[in-house]
Design a protein around this ligand. Structure first.
Ligand code: ATP
Ligand code: MG
Length: 253
């Protein structure tokens, strides 16, 4: 079975987008996998990082969710080889009308049905909240990848993530497996990074991904060049860590 994974954490700035677009690009580059990235965050960051001019979109995810176009009409083939359903801020402007549609929690799941068999991996970049878009991402997914930054508040946010997954299971009858918890923004000079990592290892045990994403300016710079870390700084520590993530995620197939 293919993997449909939401990259989810309600906390902002933990590295969801950095993870999703580099993972998608790496799965294509190193594994020749067929990958679709769905940007359900109105910030449009993963689309932008893949070099898509997000203010010039003729069709985008919100049109698909509102059933104004087919998913194929919104599909973009990016230079990286990753296929993309992009978004921009107009998705946020349409949040209230979309929330009023019948079957509002499963709009994305229904919309991607015609495409699911075309891909090995469908990765969904979630916004930093638990609104209708994150719920749609979880309802469309069979697994979730949780990036957690190495901060006290990052650790504190775990309970909220678990609560959301339980709500989706109990009230919407959809179990989403935690496929992996990813330590991000790790600074080895920093005691707190090590303490947070220890706590995560204790809590999640085998669910912890063995790669650790370091804090490095190259990961911050790569999107401004519309490049994945594998093209922008192929020998750096960021590329090495995300390459390891590609290997680990590919094994889930
Ligand atoms: N490992 C890292 N090293 C250095 N900078 C990073 C790293 N990961 C992410 N960043 C930077 O931190 C910022 C937030 O990262 P990112 O956008 O990936 O987080 P996010 O969880 O998607 O945020 P949001 O919740 O707003 O969608 C970005 O400027 C990004 O370039
Ligand atoms: Mg993001």
């Amino acid at each position: 079975m293919n993997l449909i994974a939401a990259v989810f954490n309600m906390k902002g700035g933990v590295g969801k987008t950095t993870t999703v677009y580099n993972l998608a690009a790496g799965l294509v580059k190193f594994k020749q996998a067929r990958v679709l990235l769905i940007d359900i965050d109105p910030q449009g960051n993963s689309a932008a990082a893949l070099g898509i001019p997000i203010w010039e979109l003729k069709t985008q995810l919100k049109d698909v969710l509102q059933r104004r176009c087919s998913i194929n009409d919104a599909l973009v083939h990016t230079e990286s080889g990753v296929d993309l359903i992009p978004s921009n801020l107009i998705l946020a402007e349409e949040e209230i009308p979309i929330s009023g549609l019948p079957g509002r929690e499963v709009l994305l799941r229904k919309a991607i049905e015609p495409l699911v068999e075309n891909y090995d991996f469908i990765l969904i970049d979630c916004p930093p909240n638990v609104g209708v878009f994150s719920i749609n991402a979880l309802m469309a997914s069979n697994g979730v990848i949780i990036p957690v930054d190495m901060s006290y508040l990052g650790l504190l946010g775990i309970a909220g993530i678990e609560r959301t997954l339980n709500l989706v299971k109990d009230y919407l009858d959809h179990g989403v497996e935690i496929k992996g918890v990813l330590a991000t923004r790790f600074d080895r000079r920093n005691k707190l990074s090590k303490e947070v990592l220890n706590s995560l290892n204790k809590k999640f045990d085998k669910k912890m991904l063995s790669c650790i994403i370091p804090e490095t300016v190259k990961l911050r710079e790569a999107p401004s060049h519309s490049q994945s870390i594998f093209d922008y700084d192929p020998k750096g520590v960021g590329a090495q860590a995300y390459r390891q993530l590609v290997d680990e995620v590919y094994q889930w197939l």
